[in-house]
Write a new protein. Structure first.
Length: 339
């Protein structure tokens, strides 16, 4: 593969994600974050809509009443409520952080060329999306693009690649994360569609390591266990330009962070990505394990976990709660008061 180094301004049209106006900053300072968290938790904790994912059999066994919300600011302050230490599998939320690391390693232009950054307009595991564009118009936040992105992770063999992926997730979270082997085995035993996706990508020259090994690494990546605080710390690392505000480790550089957030903004919530961006203006990523992480650049990362999902595969309660908090804190970057 030839890596592209020429700069192309791919994301100028959403660069305003990195602007928080003085009026917004003042609103955030004037609000009691803890009070808003409490409001959101009380407002949505008894919502009964949605159901656990069951196409991965182990996910159906996760308690459906889990609900926790955490905010971690770029100054390292932590605000939380609910079931914030109970773990679920990270699933597709992992895609955002592996994408960010690969962008940091090979450059934004290279991943745009090798994988793509376009919203597909299809379901997250669509084969049609690959065939329609011969694998050229996908992105790292849907399964085909995520598997291709995993194949680009540094490492000469599958052991090194997995080591680097796990270390990346650990660094974003600021602690060593475990694998839920029951979830991994459940997925690995019923993983034919992702294997087919990787082989189809290979036929179009869009895989950069052994396709079946890449799929297996990706499956392990999705089976990593996290809690709501972990996800909020990971989000706050992106909000802080790639430096973990608790451990102070430089995980990725700011240049990679801005491009990762841009893709999260356009493609982070499956088929609801456009509606989410319309209402919140905030980059986010969801997973079928029930977690959602959202990022307010320069301010904080916010995460919520609640396993029951809507038809698009997003946590019902997590989406409602984060939307409510973003609105109450007035941190939508497109909300600008006239001068």
């Amino acid at each position: 593969m030839q890596l592209v180094t020429k700069y192309i301004p791919l994301f100028f049209f959403i660069s305003t994600f990195f602007i928080v106006s003085p009026s917004q900053a003042q609103k955030l300072k004037g609000k009691n974050i803890e009070a808003v968290l409490n409001e959101a938790y009380i407002k949505y904790k008894d919502v009964e809509e949605g159901k656990n994912a069951d196409y991965i059999k182990e996910l159906a066994n996760v308690p459906s009443d889990l609900f926790g919300i955490v905010i971690v600011t770029v100054e390292g302050k932590v605000y939380s409520i609910g079931d914030v230490t109970d773990e679920v599998s990270i699933q597709s939320v992992s895609k955002a952080f592996i994408m960010a690391k690969v962008i940091d390693e090979i450059g934004a232009d290279s991943i745009a060329h090798a994988v793509g950054v376009e919203p597909t307009g299809e379901v997250f595991n669509s084969i049609t999306a690959i065939e329609r564009s011969k694998g050229k118009k996908i992105n790292p936040l849907v399964n085909p693009g995520a598997i291709a992105t995993t194949s680009l992770m540094a490492g000469r063999d599958s052991v090194q690649k997995w080591y680097n992926i796990r270390n990346t997730l650990n660094s974003f979270a600021g602690r060593d994360l475990d694998i839920d082997w029951n979830v991994y085995n459940s997925e690995a035993n019923d993983n034919k569609r992702n294997q087919a996706i990787s082989m189809l990508l290979l036929s179009y020259g869009r895989m950069y390591f052994d396709p079946l090994q890449s799929t297996d690494i990706y499956t392990k990546q999705c089976a990593v266990s996290v809690n709501a605080k972990d996800l909020a710390v990971m989000g706050s690392t992106l909000a802080n330009g790639g430096t973990n505000p608790l451990s102070h480790e430089v995980v990725i550089l700011p240049d990679a962070t801005q491009h990762a957030l841009s893709v999260m903004a356009t493609s982070g919530l499956y088929d609801d990505a456009g509606k989410w961006l319309f209402y919140t203006g905030i980059p986010a990523k969801s997973g079928v394990g029930g977690g959602i992480v959202a990022v307010v650049p320069g301010k904080f990362g916010i995460a919520a976990i609640a396993p029951p999902l809507d038809e698009a595969g997003n946590s019902v309660k997590a989406k409602l709660a984060i939307h409510y908090i973003i609105e109450k804190l007035g941190v939508n970057p497109y909300l600008v008061e006239p001068k």
